[in-house]
Design a protein. Sequence first.
Length: 436
Amino acid sequence: MIIVKRTLVIISVAGAGLLLANADGVASRLGSAASIKPVDQSSRSDSVDLAAPLYKACRGETGQRKTECYSRPLDSLASLGQVRTAMATLAHLGALDVNVKRDGHVYAHGIGIAAGKKGGDIAQTFALCDASNQSGCYHGVIQAYFAAAPIIGAKEINSLCEAFRAPSADQWIRFQCVHGTGHGLEMIFDHDLKTSLEGCDLLREDWDRDSCYGGAFMENIVNATEPVHPAHDLEMHMSMPMHHRSTSFMAVDRKDPLYPCSALGAKYQSACYQMQTSVILYLNGGDIAAAARTCDTAPFKMRFVCYQSLGRDISSYALQDPVKSKTMCSLGTAKYQPWCYFGLVKNFIDLNARASDGIAFCRILGGEFNKLKCYQAVGEEIATLRNDAAPRRSLCDPSESDYLDACLFGAGLLPTAPVSLERLNATADDPQPRTR
């Protein structure tokens, strides 16, 4: 072991590696030939300088070794209080390594966990994170909170995000907090999904509960598909042994691609199917067309939600390439494709909290129904990004004129949907809708 007191270091391994000391000044030796170079204080914030040698050290690794090679230095930065530098370094790495770009949300979780371990006020720690990589940093902060909490009950679960519930509070940040709560509950209950969902049920407001469910389902599949991920070390060293239990609920059933949704009650169905294609694609080896066919077998109303989930996953599989994403969504049954674009564009916006990214995608789509659902999705994201009517309207204004009302409806600025959108949405409620 190499002990370094209160300093950030680059450790070169055979001239190519990089590792940073953690908050205790401890770094693992990556190889037999290691040399230590203290990083000048003024260069700590230069994430480009950090990203380049880290990429050089890790690009040749695969699987778990590659994940750890990248995540440990990033987490060490956050542990040292350099959260913004860690997030900026992650952004640069995503531009260099396609695998980092695809799994950026998971790495951002690890950064948030490392930041949250320092304790302190949740809102102040949140201020160090940013919305990149689907706001994973925020979610990790909440996971770290749960790992340190001596008691988890209704009072603690509801009070955690209270600072973000005021009418004037940032609803985007509120979502990240309650969604992160779902991740945290999954972690402290040893990934027993049913127990974690029951924890979400303790939240007083429907919107908070649904957002929490989404975090629990996401953590369930991430843990099943990537058992060694940035939250793994936190789970292994939790200070709450009373929360550990033998998990009785399977995360994935290889014989049933619609599990766990098929094993859960009605109130969890929508949130479950919004993540279900991550399970389906894990089981079928990433076959988008086959995943769409599996969605076609879901209970009727959930098929539309399953396609929304497929769109979210396509965003990752296509690395947010608009043309590739559009082509992948077109592999599904035509009736459900608008919902694929709905989920896809939401994810485009979620990645960096920019409504303009969604509008740019909607513009390249063909077909009235596809565009209607796309712009409705943009509006719904805007409704979370902005509290007040004027900013929401401003973000919708760049929409194509024929679809502006769909955006305004999604943003909560119109009381009813445009007629064509209303008819389209009605098809998701009635397997044999009447013609008008």
